[in-house]
Write a protein that binds this ligand. Structure first.
Ligand code: PBG
Length: 341
């Protein structure tokens, strides 16, 4: 007996047949939607940024990033334990030194704030990947990403040598991964060479390969006190208009020994992320930067966006475009939500 005979009213003779391909069939219930879902956020794919400053027992809110705080090393260990309990994959450290100078000494000395925090985190024996941002803009008094030439431009060769020193000290302090973010030419090769010479052959390099001179870093510079005192970073960070150039940057970094690549900012670079995923076989991550996060938070505070849905949707889109992991200020919340889902 056919269905039509059973329910003659369902398909009267002569009617236009209903389409046989009906994508809505798999959207009917949450069980079906979850069954066909292509992209999920797993807590292990999330990396939380931590801003650390010298002292003890102190926490300072970052005005432009609701929920984000600068913390002292002991508090960083507490935060790391909470992230570990949520199943987050790792954390990336940014330092706010007590003193700044023209060459960013605080970035590479043994007792630098990031190095001190790394040692504490390593001693805490956490099930987390420890990443150190390898740059000097938080440590220079002029706010640029390396020492300057007489004409005010960043001295590429002197800078990459200092990045290598920074990376070696971060590796010695316990970093699993160093992440050069200064966009200097040759930085990955210089760091790999420095690490290998120092015997840190197992420390991996996550190259901020495709990093544009983005307007979306504003709140970070507020958090890290790293706004350039003059000029901008367009002489070393990429023009956001260039996708092919970002492929070239990534190919260079892979050739120089990058173990992983980072695309930044994330949502404004989804095309680059997808192209990179198709082209390179190393792990690729994306950095959902401060301005991406702050825009959502600000709109949510005004009731213009649903915070959880907006953060989940944008992170899902970043993963869907090809990122294997995401650095995000919402890592703890996203991990908690992912565990509920
Ligand atoms: C350091 C660095 C920056 C960010 C990450 N590493 C600032 C910059 O390039 O000005 C930005 C991260 C964010 O906005 O969340 N070079």
């Amino acid at each position: 007996m056919s269905l039509v005979e059973d329910h003659p009213a369902a398909a009267p003779a002569g009617d236009v047949p209903a389409p046989t391909t009906r994508p809505r069939r798999t959207r009917r219930t949450e069980a079906l939607r979850a069954f066909v879902r292509e992209t999920r956020i797993h807590p292990r794919q999330l990396v939380a940024p931590l801003f650390v400053f010298p002292g003890q027992g102190l926490r300072e809110p970052v005005g432009s990033m609701p929920g984000v705080e600068r913390v002292t090393p002991d508090e960083a260990v507490r935060d790391a334990r909470a992230l570990e309990a949520l199943g987050v994959g790792g954390l990336i450290l940014f330092g706010l030194p007590a003193d700044k100078d023209a060459v960013g000494t605080g970035g590479w000395i043994r007792d630098g704030i990031v190095q001190e925090t790394l040692r504490r985190l390593r001693d805490a024996d956490l099930d987390l990947v420890l990443v150190a941002d390898t740059c000097l803009c938080e440590y220079t008094d002029h706010g640029h990403c390396g020492p300057l030439l007489a004409d005010g431009r960043v001295d590429n060769e002197a800078t990459i040598e200092l990045y290598a020193r920074t990376a070696v000290s971060q590796a010695a302090a316990g970093a699993d991964i160093v992440a050069p973010s200064g966009m200097m030419d040759g930085q990955v090769a210089a760091i790999r060479h420095g690490l290998d010479q120092a015997g840190a052959i197992d420390t991996a390099i996550l190259a901020y390969a495709a990093k544009t001179a983005s307007a979306f870093y504003g709140p970070f510079r507020d958090a890290a006190g790293s706004t350039p005192a003059f000029g901008d970073r367009r002489g070393y960070q990429m023009d956001p208009a260039n996708a092919r150039e970002s492929m070239r940057e990534m190919a260079i970094d892979v050739a120089e020994g990058a173990d992983m690549l980072l695309v930044k900012p994330a949502l404004p670079s989804l095309d680059i992320l997808a192209a990179a995923r198709a082209r390179f076989d190393v792990p690729i991550g994306a950095y959902q930067v401060s301005g991406e996060f702050a825009s959502i938070e600000a709109a949510a505070q005004r009731g213009w966006l649903d915070r959880r849905r907006a953060l989940t949707e944008s992170t899902t889109a970043i993963l869907r475009a090809g990122a294997g992991f995401v650095i995000t200020y919402a890592a703890a919340d996203l991990a908690a939500w992912a565990r509920e889902a």
